[in-house]
Design a protein around this ligand. Structure first.
Ligand code: BJW
Ligand code: ZN
Length: 290
């Protein structure tokens, strides 16, 4: 029911916005910079593409496989319920990859833009869980889909920051993507567990999986930022995962200037006023320079 409603809203937004915006879409960087200069409330909405140039695989396309599994098939409560060790191997691998990666020119340009414009409200809303925006120095950050470096107890629900490497002894040297193996032989008792003696519940990554609701406090702040922004920069997202995919088309439909930075067009591109094609590690620094 909910999905049907959201799908209808999405279609209407995209069709409506397509009709109004398609003829007026621009790739004029100088014009966009003028629009940005005049803006007071600016939102960056980022996805996996911004971290691609740091060596972190995106979800869809070539990088979206781990072993013989689609990444999206492991990012579900069902997968964790049936094979928690396999899902932990996958997330352990991704924690290690992201910890070794460095923020790239795109992350840094956004962080520097925020620091240089204390007169503006700059909000970074990311679907990424890799922590690279924060490591680049972004302060006003909303992590829509959680973090690789937070755990949540499945029993008492405690959320904790955890940057241990490895997160537990049993996961040491595990999670290699090239291994030709079905499932995982790590016993559940050896996976990360709650530190509280009275609980000892199984920990899971504090990440929003398919079919799960986004954290309400994060969602409320996101909706407030999206409702008040006058410019939104949509960076490196395929705009196919909801509710995140809905935010920028809705902002465009109410008249905000929305600029997309991507290697290729997405289902939302036509709804936006600006489109800058190319690696965002190159296009964003240009767009954000004085
Ligand atoms: C570059 C580049 C470079 C590359 N420079 N660009 C309404 C309609 C239909 C379905 C739904 C709906 N509402 C809910 C759903 C179900 C579902 C959903 O959206 N499914 C769709 C796939 C259809 N959504 C949910 O389940 C969400 N929950 C929810 O809505 O709860 C309420 C509810 C539940 C059930 C029913 C109804 C309501 C939760 C979604 C959580 C998503 N989680 C994931 C995985 C966890 C994180 C992790 O493990 O890392 O988050 S999915 C995965 O996709 C990940 C990402 O954050 C997310 C978005 O992907 P992203 O970032 O866009 O990456 P890619 O790979 O798709 O795209 C990369 C882009 O970069 C490409 O465009 C490239 O071209 C570009 N690029 N290099 C610039 N250098
Ligand atoms: Zn607990």
């Amino acid at each position: 029911m909910c999905i049907n409603l959201l799908t209808t809203v999405k279609r209407k937004l995209l069709t409506h916005a397509h009709v109004i915006m398609a003829a007026r879409q621009s790739s004029d960087m100088a014009k966009f910079k003028e629009t940005l200069k005049a803006a007071k409330n600016i939102v960056f909405l980022s996805g996996a593409g911004i971290s691609a140039e740091s060596g972190i695989p995106t979800f869809r396309g070539a990088g979206g496989m781990w072993r013989k599994y689609q990444s999206a098939s492991l990012a579900t409560p069902e997968a964790f319920g049936t094979t928690p060790a396999l899902v932990w191997e996958f997330y352990h691998y991704r924690r290690e990859v992201a910890a070794k990666a460095q923020p790239n020119a795109g992350h840094l340009a956004i962080a520097q833009y925020e620091a240089k414009h204390p007169d503006k409200t700059v909000t970074v809303i990311t679907q990424n869980v890799d922590g690279l925006h924060a490591r680049a120095g972004t302060k006003n950050l909303l992590e829509l889909h959680g973090s690789l470096y937070k755990t949540r107890c499945t029993k008492c629900k405690e959320v904790l920051v955890n940057t241990d490497s490895p997160i537990c002894k049993a996961l040491e040297n595990r999670g290699a993507p090239e291994v030709d193996q079905v499932g995982s032989d790590i016993p559940v008792r050896d996976l990360p567990h709650c530190r509280k003696p009275e609980c000892k519940g199984l920990l899971r990554p504090h990440i929003v999986w398919f079919g799960e609701s986004l954290e309400s406090a994060v969602l409320e702040k996101t909706e407030a930022a999206m409702a008040s922004c006058d410019v939104c920069l949509v960076v490196g997202t395929s705009s196919v995962v909801y509710p995140a995919a809905m935010f920028a088309p809705a902002a465009a439909a109410r008249g905000a200037a929305v600029a997309e930075f991507n290697l290729e067009p997405t289902p939302a591109t036509q709804a936006f006023s600006y489109y800058f094609q190319g690696p965002c590690g190159e296009t964003l620094p240009k767009a954000l320079a004085d």
